[in-house]
Design a protein around this ligand. Structure first.
Ligand SMILES: Cc1cc2nc3c(=O)[nH]c(=O)nc-3n(C[C@H](O)[C@H](O)[C@H](O)COP(=O)(O)OP(=O)(O)OC[C@H]3O[C@@H](n4cnc5c(N)ncnc54)[C@H](O)[C@@H]3O)c2cc1C
Length: 415
């Protein structure tokens, strides 16, 4: 990877202009290194902008030891990166950029104003002023035989050379933002171990009846408890909300257990979640109320009047339990407290919020350098970790971008 040209300053190429690549570029330029940043798209940070549409959830304010548990099996690898640059450091970094943050009701952290655009604009302006050279519409195609980098541009293919390379190419979800996952064969072809990209924080398919689909697609399901236990006994039990879609279910509560559900579906061809549709009610109270005389009321009206079950919640009960059970208060109460919903498949990666899989940590050293390709560093969502939404994704992208930038600096110093 060392350049055949002599540079007055060390030159590092960063490919990928999401939060991970921009962070790596910032660390490098601040250390006096010349940085060229390449991105396939006409502008950088497109997924970062999309993430801010409903409010940019930058990080989370829970204690760091709880925060770290969100990275599950990859906590060991992520912990040193996040201890160096975690939620507090990210908030301080944003403040230094002129973007104050606040803690929302769910302890999630957002920029004041909620949007990504002001933060991204200020950041790019600062990086340009510091000397980072942006090359947009430059799609990385791999390496030439002389080890230079290949880029496809609107005016044809161009080579580029540098003394170190940071790859921050993102995962494979929302490919319209530029994160296509097309890098996987490029690295696999050079012997890098890459776990297949899979949907994470994704929706799941349910075989709704035509009636339910037409009546309830788009309806939010609020204040429900979702329980799920996988085939190894690992459990999930959380209150929250999600949305009924044309094809199934999606939303924050579903995303929170999407890794478990995806793995169960892969192993067994399906997964069954259980919903408590009335968390504030005991089973006994439901039975008592449902046992009261219905008189001339319809069953729908009885459910609403006696236990306040209506709309999409009542619709779900009708969808999944036999009609005969409505005459049995005991069974009806059990269905309301523990309604099984069979999931048949994950929605495709393209629709997911993020990707699981990516460059395996075994292929990287502790500075995020590829063991088999010295001088090449990887960062962000293209690494093999996953986490729920809640700011955990962005924080890890920033942290690993910084770690890769520092790794490249160390390598330049060592060679
Ligand atoms: C709808 C949505 C909502 C989200 N909400 C949140 C949230 O609230 N909180 C949170 O923490 N996270 C959220 N995320 C996830 C978060 O945005 C991503 O995890 C994060 O952007 C990943 O950063 P990254 O730098 O690793 O990669 P990306 O941001 O994906 O950037 C990768 C860059 O690499 C470029 N690239 C790819 N291949 C090539 C190539 N061959 N040549 C040149 N350039 C290339 C792409 O054009 C892109 O600019 C959300 C994501 C989505 C889609």
């Amino acid at each position: 990877m060392k350049s055949s040209f002599l540079h007055e300053r060390n030159l590092v190429d960063v490919i990928g202009g999401g939060p991970a690549g921009l962070m790596a570029a910032e660390v490098l330029i601040n250390a006096g290194v010349q940085v060229d940043l390449y991105d396939a798209m006409p502008s950088v940070g497109r997924k970062f902008l999309v993430a801010g549409k409903g409010g940019l959830n930058l990080t989370h304010s829970e204690p760091l030891d709880v925060f770290l548990t969100r990275y599950g099996k990859r906590r060991v690898q992520m912990e040193p990166l996040l201890k160096d640059f975690g939620p507090e450091e990210l908030r301080a970094w944003a403040a230094e950029l002129g973007i104050e943050t606040f803690i929302g009701t769910s302890n999630r952290v957002f920029p004041v104003g909620m949007k990504t655009a002001p933060l991204l604009r200020a950041w790019i302006t600062r990086l340009r002023a510091a000397g980072v050279i942006f090359h947009q519409r430059h799609k990385w195609l791999g390496w030439n035989a002389d080890a230079s980098l290949r880029f496809e541009t609107p005016t044809g293919e161009v080579p580029a050379q540098a003394e170190a390379l940071v790859l921050a190419l993102g995962g494979g979800s929302w490919p319209q933002t530029g994160s296509t996952g097309a890098w996987v064969p490029l690295l696999a072809g050079r012997g890098v171990a890459v776990a297949p990209l899979k949907p994470c924080n994704c929706g799941f398919e349910v075989a709704w009846s035509e009636y339910f689909r037409r009546r309830f697609a788009g309806h939010p399901l609020k204040a429900v408890i979702l329980s799920f236990t996988d085939n190894q006994g690992i459990g999930f039990h959380q209150q929250g909300e999600f949305i009924i879609t044309e094809s199934g279910v999606e939303g924050s509560l579903i995303y929170a257990c999407s890794a478990l559900l995806r793995e169960e579906i892969e192993a067994k061809g399906g997964a069954v979640i259980h919903l408590d549709l009335a968390p504030g009610w005991t089973h006994a109270r439901l039975v008592e109320r449902l046992s009261r005389p219905r008189k001339a009321r319809s069953m729908a009206s009885h459910l609403e009047k006696s236990v306040r079950l209506k709309g999409v919640k009542a619709g779900l009960v009708w969808e999944f339990i036999p009609k005969a059970d409505f005459a049995e208060p005991e069974r009806l109460a059990r269905a309301i407290k523990d309604l099984p919903i069979p999931l048949i498949a994950s929605r495709p990666l393209e629709e997911a919020i993020s990707s699981a899989g990516g460059v395996r940590f075994e292929a990287l050293d502790e500075h995020l350098m590829l063991r088999g390709l010295p001088g090449v560093f990887c960062a962000g969502e293209m690494l093999d970790w996953e986490a729920p939404t809640g700011g955990y994704l962005q924080t890890a992208c920033f942290a690993s971008g910084r770690a890769a930038g520092l790794g490249a600096l160390k390598w330049l110093g060592d060679v």
